[in-house]
Design a protein around this ligand. Sequence first.
Ligand code: GAR
Length: 282
Amino acid sequence: MKGISKLQGKWGVGAGQFWLIILTFALGGSLSGRVTSFLLKLLFLEKNWAFWLVYPLFLTILWPFSVIFISFFTGQFRFFKGYLGRVAGKLFGSAPIHVAIFASGAGSNARKIIEYFENSSRVKVSLIVCNVPGAGVLDIAKEKGIPTLLINKSEFVSTGYVQSLRNAEINFIVLAGFLWKVPEVLVRSYKDAIINIHPALLPKYGGKGMYGAHVHEAVIAAGEKTSGITIHWVNEHYDEGAIIFQATCSIEPGDTPTDLANKIHALEHAHFAPTIEKLLMK
Ligand code: GAR
């Protein structure tokens, strides 16, 4: 039972759809077996060694077509289109890694990431997810011709929009100034595939309410001599996932929170996209 709910989480589907997917796998597998036997009977007079040599080859080729065929009848075509695409990408290493950027504000980090990967054949920024109507990041998405998904809190908390992300074939999620906590359902579905950037040196100055200008105000008020950026994996708790990368900057006497914000943005713009590339090209 634990395995079933783990798979449900990974695929981002409810119980009903999960069993329809299993049914599709079963019927698709049996159909490809029957069609293979039928075709080979036409080609071979007896079930000799050549028959058994060719059998798995035919089965492997026919299997994806059978499953897609059955998926029309079970209503699971969209799922299997994405699923088979991911499998093919892994097998042949040809499919790009589709990245979704989640952002709530101006989106200067989103812009840098989009531009960094603009000509990449391996990484594609395929979706901008935003929770604030009218946010600057939506204009950037429009300018760059990237689809957007405007999300609302209640659905985000309950479904994590996992199905929409799967439908868009998203493999990796980057939080770039995204101010809502990521729900468990999304963390579980995108295990080891969500990262965040935080404008301070975690574990200090992190957690609920610590975002944007609030962070810089707190750092200056505490009389810190340095601050910096942290890129980290995302888990169910604010700013607590394992740290991937940090870079620092100095705080000079008289620096205001705005001065510090500018220094932090410069660090983010220099390091975020290359760090993502390193993670994805591993
Ligand atoms: C960035 O400085 C990012 O580190 C911060 O919001 C800013 C977004 O800027 N994120 C957080 O505070 C998350 N806790 P941008 O919209 O210009 O990319």
